[in-house]
Design a protein. Sequence first.
Length: 282
Amino acid sequence: MDFKDGISRFISDAPPAHYIMKIQSFSLLTKNSIERYESGEFEAGGYKWKLVLYPSGNKSKNVKDHISLYLELHGADTFGKERRFNKMMAEWGFDQFIPLKDFNDDSRGYLVDDMCAFGAEVFVCRERSSGKGESFVMMKDATPYKHLWRIDNFPTKLGSECLVSKPFTTGKYNWVIKLYPNGKDSGVGNYFSLYLALAEPTTLPPSSKIYACIILRILDQKYGDHYYGKANYWVSASRHEIGYSRYVLISKMTAQNNVYMVNGTSFVEAEVTILGVVDELS
């Protein structure tokens, strides 16, 4: 056992009682710009919690060469004697949880075949739960999938509230492209709004999430200089439509002799690369 700064550190053979967060392809987190990751919620002592992981250290606290790991409380007032959580301090943990040098050392056994697991035990009035957890798998050699949507007679459809492509499948999930010709949210009246959405969001379990690189393009049919937006997104049942409310100006798309609408036809393309998937740990 190691005791430092009022904190005891020890090694245990028993798995964490309340939550386990299993991660495959850990090295790909940083490579895919995941600086901070929040686990799913779990309950202990009548309160809801999350684990918060910074795989390369908490940059807001100038942490380097360490993993940062915290326990975060959701929706509760002050309680507890050992560590006090409240609305002003809902997150507590370790800025320097473990040096990356030690974590990556094969002989230590923390990271095996690029897989690892973090866990939490929370004790509130001696309460213990049956435990739950999640599996976070980062995809090695993730392959992009492209879907091209042809919109014929586009000028006659500009008055529609929303145009929806036929469903297509990538990464075992069904998707659709959604185009709002008169805009949505902050883009209403001036912009085309363009989104990628899960075709059947209710079939995705509430605890599941998809981390994906998504590129949405409107094709330049004359010169190949396509108009596009690219970003990495978390997609879930509660956040199943992601994209741009201000994708492109309506005036740009409807101008005469524009390269994006030729003979009344436009092409919209979605490129989806599934980078990681979070599922409930069975």
